[in-house]
Unconditional design. Structure first.
Length: 218
């Protein structure tokens, strides 16, 4: 599964505009998204059920940018904006918990050596929503932590984080809405001098608890 995951070109982007696609089978917006160093891309996203236009314009999102273009309702969609489904099958987007980062920042170790994947490749990665239950330090490895996750119908899972401090760890569990808890991921952000810097960026899920644990990223 990890090999499937590393094929996916995840990037941070900002939605510049959103217009309703009247020809779409299911209500959708045509989005223009700024992905920084790789430019602006058009995406079709089924967001109207949970988002008004003014809620998505200016929003920072996570997109997959190495899928082939696909024509949807007359629009050439060049990127997949990802999120998790609610109980009605409508999408809630990932969020960066109000932390700013450069558009185009790329998830470390992902999509850097694969120019293009297909949707089946994305599905095989099988990325699921989960709640962080606890984060415990490893005595034998300073800066490393075991992370216990509630993955819903898949039960509890154990993850691993390293090279982080206790203050950062606390941000993973000290939030009001446990269902919208976060995972801390490393992104490579382009700096003003065109060098890349590794940054730790926490990602959460919109929806105020309407996304249950164990749902699949889509």
């Amino acid at each position: 599964k990890f090999n499937d995951f590393t094929k996916i070109g995840f990037r941070i982007g900002k939605i510049l505009s959103a217009t309703l696609l009247t020809k779409a089978r299911k209500p959708a917006y045509k989005l223009q998204v700024d992905f920084g160093e790789i430019g602006k891309k058009v995406s079709s996203a089924q967001l109207p059920a949970n988002y008004e236009v003014d809620q998505v314009v200016g929003k920072t999102v996570v997109g997959v940018v190495n899928l082939p273009p696909r024509r949807i309702a007359g629009v050439k969609s060049e990127a997949l904006i990802v999120g998790f489904p609610d109980s009605q099958g409508n999408v809630f987007l990932l969020n960066t918990r109000s932390q700013e980062t450069a558009n185009g920042s790329q998830l470390a170790e992902c999509g850097q050596h694969v120019d293009e994947i297909n949707y089946d490749d994305f599905q095989k990665a099988d990325i699921r929503s989960a709640t962080v239950l606890s984060v415990e330090p490893l005595e034998e490895n300073e800066g490393a932590f075991h992370v216990k996750l509630d993955a819903g119908k898949y039960g509890e899972k154990l993850g691993f984080l390293n090279d982080i401090d206790q203050e950062t760890v606390n941000t993973l569990i000290d939030i009001p809405d446990q269902r919208c808890n976060t995972l801390l991921l490393t992104f490579h952000a382009v700096q003003s001098d065109n060098t890349k810097k590794a940054i730790r960026l926490p990602l959460g899920v919109d929806g105020n608890g309407q996304v249950v644990n164990g749902e699949k990223l889509f």
